[in-house]
Write a protein that binds this ligand. Structure first.
Ligand code: GUN
Length: 291
């Protein structure tokens, strides 16, 4: 029987631990604070940011949210980041990506104080991750590690294949899976849009992580019998629903579940973990900055 992994259940356990840590810190006079910044009118980005703010509220984290008109000059965003860097009540800063084309993404990532970079995207934090000394593990790949651990899926010695090489998921996921550490020690292949014979690579995976952002591109034929399939994709596709769209992953769930031994659904798989790990990093940030 294929196991359908319940990401909400795993995230609930993590959130409960984070809530305890928030209470302890608050009793010590430090209320963890997370600032989110949105410079976009993209509906999906708006939804993600509001989910992050709602999670803060539920856990007792002080959430603050800044919206910047996407027509504003880039300097407006840079100035707001500087203000947040200087605000001692803000322990974590998250600028929702993507930012408009006239804003230089690298400048944004480098402008956020590395200690407050709870996404783990600042080059200093990327370097530390690669060196095996992460300050903050990026939320989505960290969430994938938590899923594998919660489900008792061993990574050591296994063949892991990642489809997608983004800075947010694919690259940090590969770094975590190759680390000499629990949840690592996997032989890891990173595939992308220029990979020849993708299906041959994906079929070699004991653990397949789909993070390409292409709706349902991985089907059952591309999956080895008994593999673990982690679907990071969240794609809006037109559908005859109230909202006019539905969410689908990068994996064709119906055919994939015939072959996989365990699989994450979309929604309700990786997504809840991303937010839980952001809350975790925010509490880490508050704890370090108060210590
Ligand atoms: N856009 C899509 N995923 C993410 C994320 O994890 N962090 C930020 N800041 N932006 C995103």
């Amino acid at each position: 029987m294929t196991r359908i992994i319940d990401g909400n259940e795993i995230a609930d356990d993590i959130r409960a631990d984070v809530k305890d840590s928030v209470e302890t810190l608050t009793e010590e006079g430090v209320q963890p604070g997370l600032a989110t910044v949105l410079m976009s009118e993209d509906g999906a980005s708006e939804t993600y940011v509001s989910m992050k703010q709602r999670a803060c509220e539920e856990l007792g984290i002080e959430g603050s949210h800044i919206e910047i008109d996407p027509e504003e000059p880039a300097e407006t965003l840079y100035d707001r980041i500087d203000e947040l860097n200087d605000d001692p009540s803000v322990h974590g800063i998250l600028v929702q990506m993507p930012v408009p084309d006239h804003v230089d993404k690298r400048t944004v990532l480098e402008r956020i104080a590395p200690e407050k970079d709870v996404d783990g995207f600042h080059p200093e934090n990327v370097g530390r991750l690669v060196a095996g000394n992460a300050r903050y593990k990026p939320c989505t790949p960290h969430g994938v590690q938590k899923i594998l651990a919660a489900e008792g899926i061993e990574t050591e010695g296994k063949d892991a294949v990642i489809v997608g090489r983004s800075d947010i998921v694919g690259k940090p996921m590969a770094n975590l899976l190759i680390q000499k550490a629990p949840g690592g020690n996997a032989t890891t292949t990173v595939c992308h849009s220029r990979t020849d014979d993708l299906a041959e690579k994906t079929r070699s995976a004991d653990i397949l992580v789909a993070a390409a952002g292409v709706p349902e591109m991985i089907d059952g034929d591309m999956i080895a019998e008994g593999a673990t399939v982690i679907d990071v994709g969240v794609n809006r596709v037109d559908a005859d629903t109230e909202k006019g769209y539905e969410l689908v992953g990068d994996v064709d769930f119906e055919s994939a579940k015939e072959r996989a031994s365990a699989i994450t659904p979309v929604p309700g798989g990786v997504g809840p973990l991303t937010i839980a790990m952001l809350m975790y990093n925010t509490v880490e940030a508050a704890s370090r900055q108060s210590g």
